[in-house]
Design a protein around this ligand. Sequence first.
Ligand code: SF4
Ligand code: SF4
Length: 293
Amino acid sequence: MTKALEMKNASAGAASPGIRVTQVVAKLIDTSTCIGCKACEVACQEWNDLPPETTVNLGTYQTLPDMTPHVWNLIRFNEVEEGGTLHWLMRKDQCMHCADPGCLKACPAPAAIVQYENGIVDFQQENCIGCGYCISGCPFNVPKLSAQTKKVYKCTLCVDRVSVGLEPACIKACPTSCLQFGTKENLLLKAQKRVDQLKASGFTTAGIYDPGGVGGTGVVSILAFADKPQAYGLPADPTVPWTVELWKQPLKWIGNLAILGGIIGTFIHYLRYGPKHAPPDGKVPRANAGGKQ
Ligand code: SF4
Ligand code: SF4
């Protein structure tokens, strides 16, 4: 089903861009109307046929301390005191589907990570070599390596549903509509309206989390306290780690130099020996079978 989507980018340079112009899709999370019911967690497990995981009691309603290879969607419960008032800041944690994905940049395996024209970043486990480089490339600490399969897993943004015109399973399950799906352009307009409402209700620092350091994200969040994304467990200014940028750039240059060297070598050879001619008798010389002549 995912074959219906055009590929924009792939790890280790394994894709060439398609020619169709596709609109970038996104998921909008309004953290101010999330009630922490975890219907999205259940829907994700069920749709993706993920096995159950033993929950951990953290002293809050949070299911687990972190996402796992079998849990790609986790509601984080954060208690934060602000202006003498205790706020319960719930946030749906998952892959952010970065426009400039550090995981894809870091991955050395051809097409183990692909980015479709609609912005979805997807892992192709059959091509994954289990090196874990994507984990160090992700500024949101999302990909999880399975000890059993030695493959990495994360949210696919329900690419199988989206590619046939359905919304992601978590969106369908959300009872408060704090999760919405659509084109990123439309969702940003909706998000801005909600931010204006929040500001009018006294949340003066309300805003949209769509960090520019990773080119923007396919998961956009409305935060009542946008000046403190860390309170929600989000990095303030996520970027692709410099180590990933550094080792990718020299490798690219080494490859380009090798190609250039080949072209120059061919040219020099031509200047020195001229074009290759067929032998006058028309016979093709036989290769030396290995014996001395
Ligand atoms: S572990 Fe991550 S970086 Fe390594 S091949 Fe698999 S997807 Fe790519
Ligand atoms: S959040 Fe991490 S895993 Fe998801 S696309 Fe961004 S870099 Fe990749």
